[in-house]
Design a protein around this ligand. Structure first.
Ligand SMILES: [Zn+2]
Length: 191
């Protein structure tokens, strides 16, 4: 091959590779941005720290939130929306049962019965003009994106809990609670 031919070939290979990378980048734009961005909201950034490292839950939750951000949906983890101690779960369970407004309960899960108690669940809500917007048309997309990061979505339940995402592959909450009582719960999940 002549030098000119070699140069031409190198040019085509180089251009092809560059175009390929650009195309892949465009195709996986949200994923790429999810790896490189920063969460817009300092509350969310702080609350993410409470999630478990087991199965990279914290890292995946962050990438999921960044992915939504790159799609123009800014979400926040609300107070009590990430990890909860058993005591905090008990307080939450008492709301509406032991304290007014009676009948308006927040959760059916008692201490140890929620993935939140193990740093394996988190809630998110879109923030629009600084306000939490639970009533939004974005939920189907939010659910779909969250599931693509390996989480189960509360929006799929018979009694939907759309803000809720959880990692269930380490066992049921009953398995985890039994391990907690035995003292065999993995250190990353100890509450
Ligand atoms: Zn939840």
């Amino acid at each position: 091959m002549t030098k000119a031919k070699k140069q031409k070939l190198a040019f085509f290979i180089g251009t092809g590779a560059a175009l390929g990378l650009l195309g892949a980048g465009y195709f996986f734009r949200h994923r790429l941005m999810a790896y490189t961005g920063a969460v817009w909201d300092t509350y969310t950034e702080e609350r993410l720290k409470g999630l478990s490292d087991a199965l990279n839950v914290r890292q995946r939750a962050k990438r999921f939130i960044l992915d939504l951000q790159s799609r123009g949906i800014n979400v926040r983890i609300p107070p009590d929306g990430a990890d909860r101690s058993f005591a905090e779960q008990t307080e939450l369970w008492k709301k509406g049962r032991f304290y007014p407004p009676y009948g308006e309960t927040v959760t059916n899960a008692q201490a140890g019965e929620s993935y939140h108690n193990y740093g394996l669940a988190f809630d998110i809500v879109p923030i629009v003009d600084g306000k939490a917007m639970y009533d939004t048309s974005h939920w189907p997309l939010i659910g779909k994106v969250g599931k693509s990061y390996g989480f189960k979505w509360g929006g799929d339940w018979s009694r939907p809990d759309k803000p809720h995402f959880e990692e269930i592959r380490l066992g049921t909450v009953w398995d985890l609670l039994a391990q907690y009582k035995d003292g065999t719960l993995t250190a990353e999940l100890t509450v």
